[in-house]
Design a protein around this ligand. Structure first.
Ligand code: IMP
Ligand code: MG
Length: 196
């Protein structure tokens, strides 16, 4: 094991910043296949699907998922964030890239990484619905327990239900780092403070 950087407290190898793996590569691959089957069975053949994916956290999941989906589909990406910078607590929602695809009369599937408070998915559902699509469904890779009594939107497809811990990897970040880790993991304590 290498020594941590004196200023940031982080190790050079991202794997040394991981406390434990929550979902390994094998389980991810198997479940992504399963979700793709569930999704494909909901859309009759001959209809085109429009996926609206939320950057940046869903990027790796999206790439794996759409390659398992043998249906005709279009792809639009939006960017909306409730975790600016290094914060691990929900903040105000920021739209960085709005919907650009024509969704009117289309079958839309929203793809996001994590359902936590439900704020992001609620905002997306309402934005997508304002385009008058034929149908709207949603898919999240991870669902955490509801943090409070407020109602959350119910996703149609869920990869894994996990504990309410902050996780990184497989597209998910902490302070813009760790998206490239192939597993979904909990960060070690020394890595949870922001870089100077
Ligand atoms: P919500 O709006 O509170 O449901 O939060 C969902 C968004 O927060 C997700 O799209 C993620 O970008 C981010 N998020 C929530 N939990 C985590 C986590 O454990 N790791 C990384 N990002 C997270
Ligand atoms: Mg997100």
């Amino acid at each position: 094991m290498t020594r941590p950087d004196e200023q940031t407290g982080r190790y050079g190898d991202v794997r040394d910043d991981i406390d434990h793996i929550v979902v390994d590569r094998g389980r991810i691959a198997e479940r992504v296949d399963g979700i793709a089957d569930e999704i494909a069975s909901c859309y009759p053949s001959g209809r085109e699907l429009t996926i609206v994916a939320v950057l940046t956290g869903s990027l790796i999941f999206l790439a794996d998922l759409i390659r398992c989906l043998p249906i005709r589909m279009r792809l639009d990406v939006v960017s909306v964030s409730s975790y600016p910078g290094d914060a691990t607590e929900a903040r105000e929602l920021q739209w960085r890239l709005p919907i650009t695809a024509d969704l009117k009369g289309r079958d839309v599937l929203i793809v996001d990484d994590v359902l936590d408070t439900g704020q992001t998915l609620r905002a997306l559902l309402s934005s997508v619905r304002s385009h008058r699509p034929a149908s709207v469904r949603s898919c999240v890779l991870l669902r955490k327990p509801a943090p409070g009594p407020e109602e959350r939107p119910v996703p149609d497809f869920v990869g894994f239900d996990i504990a309410s811990e902050f996780v990184v990897g497989y597209g998910l970040d902490f302070d813009h780092l760790y998206r490239n880790l192939p597993e979904i993991s909990v960060l070690a304590r020394h890595a949870r403070r922001p870089a100077e």
